[in-house]
Design a protein around this ligand. Sequence first.
Ligand code: ACO
Length: 150
Amino acid sequence: QGALPPGYKLRPLSSDDYERGFLKVLSVLTVIGDISKAKFLERYNYLKRHNHEYFTIVITDPSDTIVGVGTIFVERKFIRNTGLVGHIEDIAVDKNQQGKKLGLRVIQALKYIGAKTGCYKVILDCSEKNVPFYEKCGFTRKEVEMAWYT
Ligand code: ACO
């Protein structure tokens, strides 16, 4: 599947990743808001209690700073004989670290988790400009995303 650059590591999100820049990396995606350590831990602990269905992974650089992140959520369905569907969410690579295949490595790891947990498919929503990236990661265009904001 290919390797990370020397000194880079891929692992599950940990409770002290707040200090390693987890939210800063996510901020390349969208507005993060003013999240305190307590609020981070509250969400982290929820995900940990649900660690059979939420898997958030990070990539760290040689200085142990987070440079890439991603999540897969495993949805339990009735259809497809009570099948499982993996939803890839919130993929981000630090601006200065893009183009080193870190995004690809995050997606490969999440696809592996999806397959190992028994998902019959893994899906995601993305902008038009990210389509070539996801095609390189083995995804194909399918149907249309729709949204409703409260
Ligand atoms: N257009 C064309 N090709 C691209 C693009 C692009 N916009 N982005 C990456 N690629 C190609 C690369 O050239 C590379 O191809 P190669 O194997 O032929 O060399 C391949 O895709 C893998 O690229 P990576 O180096 O792994 O990409 P990177 O580490 O830069 O991560 C990412 C890509 C995650 C999209 C990053 O640019 C990023 O964080 N962008 C801002 C946040 C964002 O848009 N995240 C995705 C939101 S969608 C979601 O979360 C489900």
